[in-house]
Ligand binder design. Structure first.
Ligand code: J2J
Length: 551
């Protein structure tokens, strides 16, 4: 029974001692650290963005944000929430997300950082697994019936309070109640919690199945944010645009919102990362840095061609979450007028960054190198032996900000960790002598066609440049003859109503120098490529969709 499984798997004592003595881990709780940073801002602006409660954009100084967090903490406590409780946060990108998150940390309540794209299945699973006491949801950003799910969940979990945006949902509590000023005399002390305990639960970013929950402790997450801010060279004149869903590890702490706090930078919450919206924020707030997934980079590049490129204030763009093709990478400085920082990260921990002083070839061809000198990485073959440098294998890692076990999930822990505590990422990589990693693919997503591995990402990067193709994913389908055959799932561009033939696709790829065995065996039109809540291609779902259509 998962309720008996451990919530947090600790690091071994020798490591704890090492990380503390080397100053990697401090003694503060996440809230203490945040409060100290906000106090440093004083009257300087820390946060701008849409406020769902004021239905407009507002900016807050460090002190104003502190005050709002305090009001919210008092209100949360008045609703009966207290230290150690788990809650689900599923907010849109707005100021209230920040206020709510910080207020929960203030009173020691542990949030599950759900994404607006998570649906009924995910939210139900999180609620059950954590015995959640509350679910905070900007229902206008979700695509399912929030009111109904709230009622359904309360049947099994009568303790669950549901906080919604829509005032018409009379069965639930209105979110705005949390942000109303509380009586001034109602001061509460921040919760006393251990800096080695769980501060928040992140969702794993897998492309199959329900996300697992990742316990992040106070001291490991503070280190994560601080070291990322250093790696990104953030400073107090930077303006960081949150363009991805704010609860995701990347915009939250790599360096993201928390890293911006370290550097006393200005945080701007964009309602959405779509280029028309994001570019307006960039102009308005003179944004200097943002973080995107490759699918958004494509959208930004496309938009910059037909409309105006983003403003000159943009200093650099971080890109991660899925493989960024070299061709696309090289277009970023030219067409968006800013530097590129590749980030290969995971909510489980390990982060890799390319650096501005890296040689061009490493910046465009690799996904960076480990953030910390205390990160341990190994690249192994299927027998568990280290591969030669530069050869492909599975990436394993341990370190001061990489989990030792998932939240209440013994089965996953057995599968994903070695006896000596390495996390088996499931990612296939090559490590260069410089330490830089090149992501080759996911073990479970490699297409094995007649015994040969087909690099689908390479095909996708070439095909997305074709004028008739707006979006593309190449997936494996079962095949009696070949074991697996490759299928190109195509979203036609608006200017190509006549469609495209398979022979044309194969011809085009051949002209680009693609080997014969790599050419797609079949093709299928789709209206859109299914994506996960953070913008990774759901290959399994896509393959199922195509098979259903063809049968
Ligand atoms: C190829 N695959 C990548 C990359 C992640 C920063 C950036 C991303 C995430 C993230 C994150 C990749 N090239 N550059 O948390 O802080 C794939 C790998 C990895 C999985 C993790 C961050 N960057 N990936 O994407 O937990 O397969 O984190 O194991 O959502 O995304 O997904 P997630």
């Amino acid at each position: 029974d998962f309720l008996l499984d451990p919530e947090l798997t600790p690091w071994p004592q020798t490591r704890v001692d090492q990380y503390i003595s080397k100053g990697v881990w401090g003694e503060q709780t996440l809230w203490q650290w945040i409060a100290e940073k906000l106090t440093d801002y004083g009257n300087q602006t820390v946060l701008s963005g849409v406020s769902s409660c004021n239905s407009g954009e507002i900016s807050l100084s460090g002190l104003a944000l502190l005050k709002n967090v305090h009001f919210c903490a008092v209100n949360l406590q008045a609703k009966g929430l207290s230290k150690g409780d788990k809650v689900i946060v599923q907010m849109a990108n707005n100021n209230e997300f920040v206020v709510l998150l910080f207020a929960l940390l203030y009173i020691g309540v542990i949030p599950v950082m759900a994404l607006p794209g998570h649906g009924r299945t995910e939210i139900s699973a999180f609620a059950e697994l954590t015995e959640a006491k509350a679910w905070f949801v900007n229902d206008k950003a979700t695509s399912f019936d929030v009111e109904k799910l709230g009622v359904d969940l309360q049947v099994q979990l009568p303790i669950l309070q549901v906080f919604v945006e829509d005032v018409a949902y009379t069965q639930h509590i209105n979110l705005s109640e949390l942000f109303a000023p509380s009586a001034d005399h109602a001061f509460i002390e921040p919760a006393t919690v251990d800096c080695g305990s769980i501060a928040l639960l992140l969702c794993s970013g897998g492309t199959t199945g329900i996300p697992k929950l990742i316990p992040r402790t106070h001291r490991d997450y503070i280190y994560n944010a601080q070291a990322s801010a250093d790696a990104a060279n953030l400073n107090s004149s930077d303006v960081y645009l949150v363009a991805l869903p704010s609860a995701h590890n990347f915009p939250l702490a790599c360096p993201g919102i928390l890293g911006a706090l370290c550097a006393k930078a200005h945080i701007v919450m964009a309602a959405l990362g779509a280029p028309d919206i994001a570019f307006a924020y960039i102009d308005k707030y003179q944004v200097t840095v943002s973080a995107l997934v490759p699918s958004l980079v494509n959208a930004w590049l496309e938009y910059a061609q037909v409309a105006v490129p983003p403003g000159a204030s943009l200093r650099f763009l971080q890109v991660g979450g899925a493989k960024l093709d070299e061709r696309i990478a090289r277009r970023i400085p030219k067409e968006l007028g800013c530097e590129l920082q590749q980030v290969f990260g995971m909510a489980e921990g390990l982060l890799n960054f390319t650096q501005s002083q890296d040689p061009q070839v490493l910046k465009y061809k690799t996904q960076g190198r480990p953030l910390s000198e205390f990160d341990e990485v190994k690249v192994i073959d299927e027998h568990g032996n280290a591969v030669a440098p530069g050869q492909t294998g599975q990436l394993l890692t341990r370190g001061p900000y990489t989990l030792r076990g998932y939240y209440r999930n013994r089965a996953a822990n057995k599968a994903a960790f070695t006896a000596d505590g390495f996390y088996q990422t499931g990612d296939l990589v090559r490590q260069l002598r410089t330490g830089h990693l090149m992501v080759v693919g996911r073990i479970k997503e490699v297409v094995r066609r007649a015994g040969e591995a087909v690099a689908v990402e390479t095909l996708e990067a070439l095909l997305v440049e074709h004028e008739s193709i707006q979006d593309i994913a190449v997936v494996g389908l079962p095949c009696k003859l070949l074991g697996e055959k490759t299928c190109a799932a195509i979203v036609l561009s608006k200017g190509a109503p006549q469609g495209i033939e398979l022979s044309e696709i194969r011809q085009y790829l051949t002209e680009q120098g693609v080997a014969r065995h790599m050419l797609p065996d079949t093709m299928s039109y789709v209206t859109s490529i299914p994506m996960t809540a953070i913008g990774k291609i759901s290959r399994k779902k896509l393959a199922q969709e195509i098979q259903t259509k063809q049968s």
